[in-house]
Design a protein around this ligand. Structure first.
Ligand SMILES: *Cc1c(COP(=O)(O)O)cnc(C)c1O
Length: 421
């Protein structure tokens, strides 16, 4: 459920008309609903009630510090994958003991930053990383709390580019080697083994892969405890999918996902960490764009909009589906037509949808891309010297710019012509 609805024929975010925001900031822009975000967090958090748990929001999905502040105030911790994200979490007021650090390529500098400023745990992904982390912690006179991310060799049944839990993926330590690497970790002076971590992929629409992976984690917990490790925390990753296509998709409900957790690892007396990203922010955001031109091709009608692949890359990168709706509600008797909805960037890949049935939207009118709150703004670039588009947060009848559109001058100024030219 979200708070993007038509009122008097105009699409609103909560109590604010999209047309009002467009008049203030121009298009394209991202708009997020605080009520929707809050609701998503609460539903998920309540589903996990009865288990000792911490939701560590995977902030790579949407790392605007206003979004982090909302989730932090609701009690969320953060899952970060870079020093930059760590500092963003800090800037949003998240305390170090609620931040977990994931990622296959943490540098010494990033490790030191997190150790000095406080960290809940590092999710270590290789033996090489373990060795370096031990050295960094030793040099700082600190102890680094860790889990090892195990790769359970489970097929997440999602898009190949966002599957992470098969043995051919670059992530984690093969679960068959885990016992060996845990004993190496335990022998290191500046490493404290606190638990196990797993994350098998993103946009999962089936619970069985989770069940398989978590069962393997439960078995491993028992084996490692027999080996003398004090396994007290299980980080179960993120990845629960969301509906992108309201008509034909219904991903698992949070309470059913929670049931799987309860059934697989609920009796191990461990603190549970979950790292949802998309689930919290995905359906809390829209991207709004104006139609520049309607253009008829041979047997095709193109709708050319002012947003492009640099603003929302998911369709180009993952063949992702985003529902596209008119900002001014179509009247009941207006008929749909098939459109190719494309951006202005000079690549054929700059296509948001092919043969999408839509009621006509005139040049200058607006459309909204739904489910754009996760992996939207954060993956944007300035390709074609198109400025990053603004992000707007709505709260009831108020809205605020939470990231402004940079000027073209500011973008050009970042380039430097060397002395010899
Ligand atoms: C990307 C990622 C997540 C979040 O994935 P979602 O599909 O957005 O929930 C969680 N944990 C790790 C380690 C990740 O890399």
């Amino acid at each position: 459920m979200d708070h993007f609805i038509y009122r008097n024929g105009i699409l609103h975010a909560e109590d604010v008309a999209i047309t009002e925001i467009a008049a203030a900031v121009g298009t394209p822009f991202y708009v997020y609903s605080q009520a929707t975000l809050t609701r998503h967090f609460r539903v998920f958090d309540e589903a996990l009630n009865g288990m000792n748990h911490l939701i560590c929001y995977a902030m790579k999905a949407n790392s605007n510090i206003a979004i982090l502040k909302i989730l932090g105030d609701l009690g969320a911790g953060m899952d970060v994958v870079s020093g930059g994200e760590y500092l963003r979490a800090k800037a949003a007021g998240i305390s170090g003991d609620k931040i977990v650090f994931s990622g296959v390529g943490k540098t010494r500098e990033e490790m030191a930053l997190a150790i000095k400023n406080g960290i809940r745990q590092f999710n270590v992904e290789s033996e090489a990383e373990l060795k370096v982390l031990n050295e960094v912690a030793l040099s700082l006179g600190a102890i680094a709390p860790i889990t090892l991310r195990v790769n359970p060799d489970v097929d997440a049944k999602t898009h190949a580019k966002i599957a992470t839990g098969k043995s051919e993926n670059k992530f984690g330590i093969p679960i068959s080697k885990a016992q060996e690497v845990y004993s190496i970790a335990a022998s290191m002076e500046a490493i404290d083994v606190v638990g196990i971590d797993v994350h098998i992929g993103s946009q999962l629409t089936d619970l069985e892969p989770f069940r398989l992976a978590y069962k393997k984690v439960a078995e491993l917990t028992k084996v490692l405890r027999q080996d003398g490790h004090n396994i007290r925390r299980l980080d179960l990753g993120g990845g629960l999918g969301i509906p992108y296509e309201s008509s034909n998709q219904s991903p698992p409900l949070p309470e059913d996902y929670a049931k799987v957790i309860h059934e697989t690892v609920g009796d191990l007396d461990c603190e549970i960490e979950i790292e949802p990203g998309r689930l919290l922010t995905g359906n809390a955001g829209l991207m709004v764009s104006s139609v520049i031109y309607n253009k008829s091709g041979e047997g095709r009608d193109f709708m050319i909009v002012d947003a492009a692949m640099n603003d929302l890359i998911r369709p180009a990168l993952y063949e992702a589906y985003h529902e596209i709706i008119p900002v001014i509600e179509s009247t009941e008797n207006s008929e749909t037509q098939d459109y190719d909805i494309v951006g202005p960037v000079c690549e054929t890949g700059d296509t948001f949808a092919n043969k999408r049935a839509l009621t006509p939207v005139a040049d200058g009118e607006m459309v909204a891309f739904r489910s754009a709150g996760a992996y939207g703004a954060v993956m944007a670039s300035e390709y074609n010297t198109r400025p990053l588009i603004p992000e707007i947060l709505v709260h009831g009848d108020q809205f605020s710019i939470i990231r402004d559109r940079p000027s073209i001058e500011a973008i050009i100024k970042r380039d430097i012509i060397p002395d010899w030219l």
